[in-house]
Design a protein around this ligand. Structure first.
Ligand code: ATP
Ligand code: MG
Length: 892
């Protein structure tokens, strides 16, 4: 039975039993900060189980895409662990409980295939239950009719489920199928989990727990008023069972990838393994790893994850790299993904059609990552191999942490790979040393960044100011000046000051301020603050701890005292130019997504007066024609004179409205949304223009790469954009004048001129060659007789090309009498070096004279060619005559 059919039967069974079918959530579990990827079907229903939200249906069923990073090391070695897999699940929210869950599962598992079930033989099914869950034992035994000896009681570790936090928890019951003696030892799931394959886990959420120390240590508060059901059936595991194959990697959705990898590497899969996964040949394990990881990579990129150095991006990178590594270990060193990914796509697209639609994007990331990693591997492996050899030679069995760190730091060689390669060579790695060096480097980078931002002040001084008066109110969304009390004055090193005098640099905190602190890519406001007779010039504004706004300022005049009331006024021209840039950034973001797709998300930005920088994720360069269209669309939006509006709402509401949020950013419950008419809507704390028309003009300058999969555009806004265009116009006018053509013909003219110049250079070269050769007859005439051989020794004109020198030697030889032995030696000087070409005719060859021997003799071995024509060089130019002399001396 094909995987798609198993999926269909599962959903049909539960739909017929009153369940609402809910689609799979995407793999990146954005709602839960502790989880990088969805790892079970229940994850998207957690708020219902925790009572945070009312479920819209009492029963649900789904087929959820899952990714389990912790299982990565099991892949291929057991028969039942994939990184990516699909979990079929049925859920009850306070509706049916144990008996319902058990009988629904049993029915589907054992119903004959002709009646829409899976048709598992009831006599081969085993179940496990939690130690004291007599209720479940009774249902299995009395209601279902399963004999007691196939009901196994297990402890907390295996059969008690909780989330590791206070809340719902409960016993589970798992269904296993006995695959028979060829798969392992007799005795049930306690003895062999590969022969007895778990395919379905039923969780009975029955208790509320508290005082949770870990998954096995907690107190039970009591029974839950509304009990829930959460089940998970591994789609791939059931497919393996129903397709009669040994493991997950041999089912219809995975096997074609494995076969293609075997074909590429010339391996015969399975030839040296038995049915028992643990006894597999390493090559078979590697082929399974390739198949699994390629499929997982495809699914992850399909769901918008891109390779990176942390978080989700790193998991993806690690999976892709492991696939590349496995292919290399199988002996295939060229790029393999272009062969493998299309196969994976064809396996999965019937269930996930977006994979076919989005394949170009997916392929760009996957292939690009493979190529980059292959070159890292080439460089790193050599260095690592040397380090391993040295370690072994010195009798050690442990690779130094410094070496591992250097490989990582300088060559981007991943530590897990270092560990793996070292282990293959029987070495361990000083991981602790490696981690210490990593931590030191991280601390250095952090201290550095901190020092730049906060002027070396220890954050505790700021915390004290914050605690003393609460959060500072930012009033700059609606006003540009403000009267407010000076809450604190700090010196450059964080010491509180009661007053500061002329010339002094201070940090000043007001109770409320219109000054925007640098953040969200937006540059700070500048301006002035007057306090009594004192005047301060604000040089920078930062928020070193959330809730606090700190003005870094110089006292220009008079004296400033803490506790007095001051008047803060921002530089309005600067602020407006920054706000225009910020609004323009939102338009660039939205428009890029319009043209490049939803995955073109912001990766960083800078909003400065009149200019912006916008970094975003996209696999390759953005073609100039697309950039042009983006620019055009943005400027059309400006003309629509859209209102820019900001409002505060709940995070959920903002998401519903489709507001763009930064990937991986943490937001509070209440968020600020900025919208430009109906065109762009984004979560943002920055300041903006009031209407799109105020931006005047947006000019994109260029687009470039700033890392794999991350591009940067820079743009000018308003007057700055205008001045730029005006300058370019002047430049074109000047070129038009110089070339004496109308501006629109300048480009053609430059092209023509360059082409003409190139032709002229070629012509010149030809003439030079002719010049060299034209002398051939005259040179031949100067042949002298050396012990019966006609010998010509001459120097080519300075700077002659080596090919011309060779031709010259042959031309001269052709002009000499072929019936007499003849040797032609031509020396040439170029770039401070001398070279030598020797040509020998047949008559001289017959006497045993060899051109290559003569060249090697003259140049002490440095040269080569054949007996008739040879060349060499690399000695100082002054030695040219000596070379000719040497040839002459060497003649017989
Ligand atoms: P195991 O002990 O075999 O690793 P598990 O206890 O981790 O399984 P659950 O967390 O109960 O599994 O997940 C529910 C179901 O999902 C399992 O019964 C199994 O069918 C499937 N499953 C779990 N992990 C994987 C995986 N890595 N690959 C494929 N299917 C899996
Ligand atoms: Mg597991």
């Amino acid at each position: 039975m094909r995987t798609a059919e198993i999926k269909r039967r599962f959903l049909a069974h539960f739909e017929a039993n009153g369940h609402t079918v809910v689609p799979s959530a995407p793999l990146p579990a954005i709602e839960d900060p502790n989880l990088l990827f969805i790892n079970a079907g229940m994850v998207q229903f957690v708020p219902y189980f925790l009572g945070q939200r009312t479920p819209p249906y009492p029963r649900a069923a789904s087929v959820q895409k899952c990714l389990r990073t912790p299982d990565i090391d099991e892949v291929g070695k057991t028969s039942r662990h994939g990184t990516f897999f699909q979990m079929n699940g049925n859920f009850s929210f306070g509706d049916y409980f144990k008996e319902g869950a058990i009988t629904l599962a049993w029915d589907l598992a054992t119903k004959p295939q002709s009646a829409g079930g899976f048709g598992f033989d009831p006599d081969r099914i085993w179940v496990t239950v939690y130690l004291d869950d007599d209720e479940a034992v009774d249902i299995w035994h009395k209601v279902v009719g399963l004999p007691q000896e196939r009901i196994v009681r297990r402890g907390k570790k295996d059969n008690f489920w909780s989330m590791g936090i206070p809340g719902p928890a409960g016993p589970c019951s798992e269904l296993y199928l006995d695959r028979g003696p060829e798969y392992g030892r007799e005795g049930g799931p306690n003895v062999d989990e590969d022969r007895y394959l778990e395919f379905w886990n039923l969780v009975f959420m029955q208790y509320e727990i508290t005082n949770v120390k870990d998954k096995e240590t907690f107190d039970v508060v009591g029974e839950l008023p509304a009990k829930n059901i959460d089940t998970g059936m591994g789609l791939e595991r059931v497919a393996a069972l129903l397709q009669g194959v040994d493991n997950l990697y041999e089912i219809d959705e995975v096997r074609p990838i494995l076969d293609r990898a075997a074909e590429l590497t010339g391996k015969t899969y399975g030839a040296r393994s038995s049915h028992v996964a643990a006894e597999s040949h390493p090559d078979d394990v590697r082929l399974r790893v390739v198949a699994d990881h390629v499929r997982s990579g495809l699914m992850l990129i399909g769901d918008g994850v891109t390779p990176g150095n942390e978080g989700r991006g790193y998991v993806l990178r690690r999976i892709l790299r492991r696939a590349v590594r496995a292919m290399r270990l199988l002996g295939f060193e060229e790029p393999a993904f272009p062969h493998l990914f299309p196969v994976a796509r064809d396996c999965m697209a019937p269930s996930y059609p977006e994979l076919a639609r989005e394949y170009d994007r997916i392929a760009q990331y996957a292939y690009g990552e493979e190529e980059a990693f292959l070159s890292t591997l080439r460089a790193g492996t050599t260095i690592l191999d040397t380090a391993i050899a040295q370690t072994k030679a010195s009798g050690g069995n442990r690779l130094a942490g410094e070496k591992a760190f250097q490989l990582h730091d300088t060559y981007g060689f991943p530590i897990d790979l270092t560990l793996e390669i070292a282990a293959e060579q029987g070495l361990s790695v000083d991981e602790e040393g490696f981690r210490r060096l990593m931590a030191e480097q991280r601390a250095r980078a952090k201290a550095d960044a901190q020092a730049r931002k906060t002027g070396h002040i220890d954050l505790s001084a700021y915390r004290a100011v914050l605690e003393g008066g609460g959060p500072v109110e930012f009033t700059g969304y609606t006003e540009v000046s403000r009267e407010s009390r000076v809450r604190a004055l700090l010196s450059g090193d964080g010491a509180p000051l009661s007053a500061a005098g002329e010339g002094q640099l201070v940090e000043l905190v007001l109770d409320a301020t219109p000054f925007y602190a640098e953040g969200g890519g937006q540059q700070p406001d500048l301006g002035t603050i007057t306090v009594g007779e004192g005047l301060l010039e604000v040089l920078d504004v930062q928020s070193p701890v959330p809730g606090l706004i700190v003005h870094r300022a110089r006292v220009v005049r008079g004296e400033v005292r803490a506790g007095e009331t001051g008047f803060a006024e921002i530089d309005v021209t600067r602020r407006r130019a920054i706000s225009r840039a910020h609004t323009a950034t939102h338009l660039v973001h939205q428009t890029m997504r319009n043209f490049l797709g939803e995955a073109a998300t912001q990766a960083g930005s800078l909003n400065a007066p009149g200019r912006l920088r916008f970094d975003f994720n996209t696999p390759g360069a953005v073609p100039p024609s697309v950039l042009h269209d983006v620019e055009q669309q943005i400027n059309e939006v400006l003309l629509r004179d859209l209102e820019v509006r900001a409002f505060v709402t709940s995070l959920d509401e903002a998401r519903r409205m489709g507001a763009m949020a930064l990937f991986g950013e943490k937001y509070g419950e209440q968020v600020r949304v900025v919208e430009v008419g109906d065109y762009a809507r984004e979560l943002c704390g920055g300041t903006h223009a009031a209407r799109s028309s105020q931006l005047g003009l947006v000019k994109i300058l260029h687009e470039s790469s700033i890392g794999s999969g991350v591009r940067r555009v820079e743009a000018l806004v308003g007057l700055d954009a205008f001045s730029h265009l005006a300058r370019e116009h002047l430049l074109v006018s000047r070129l038009a004048e110089l070339f004496r053509v109308p501006p629109e013909q300048v480009a053609d003219r430059v092209e023509q001129t360059v082409a003409a110049l190139r032709d002229a250079e070629k012509e010149l070269e030809k003439l030079r060659a002719q010049l060299v050769l034209s002398g051939a007859a005259a040179i031949a005439a100067e042949a002298v007789d050396v012990r019966g051989t006609a010998y010509v020794g001459t120097e080519a004109p300075e700077g002659a090309a080596m090919s011309d020198v060779r031709t010259l030697a042959q031309e001269v030889r052709g002009k000499l009498d072929p019936s007499r032995p003849a040797v032609v030696a031509v020396a040439a000087r170029a770039g401070g070096k001398a070279s030598l070409v020797v040509a020998v005719n047949q008559a001289a060859r017959a006497r045993g004279v060899s051109a290559s021997d003569l060249v090697k003799g003259a140049l002490s071995g440095r040269g080569g060619g054949n007996p008739e024509l040879a060349q060499g060089g690399g000695v100082p130019a002054e030695q040219a005559p000596a070379l000719l002399d040497a040839v002459r001396q060497a003649l017989p």
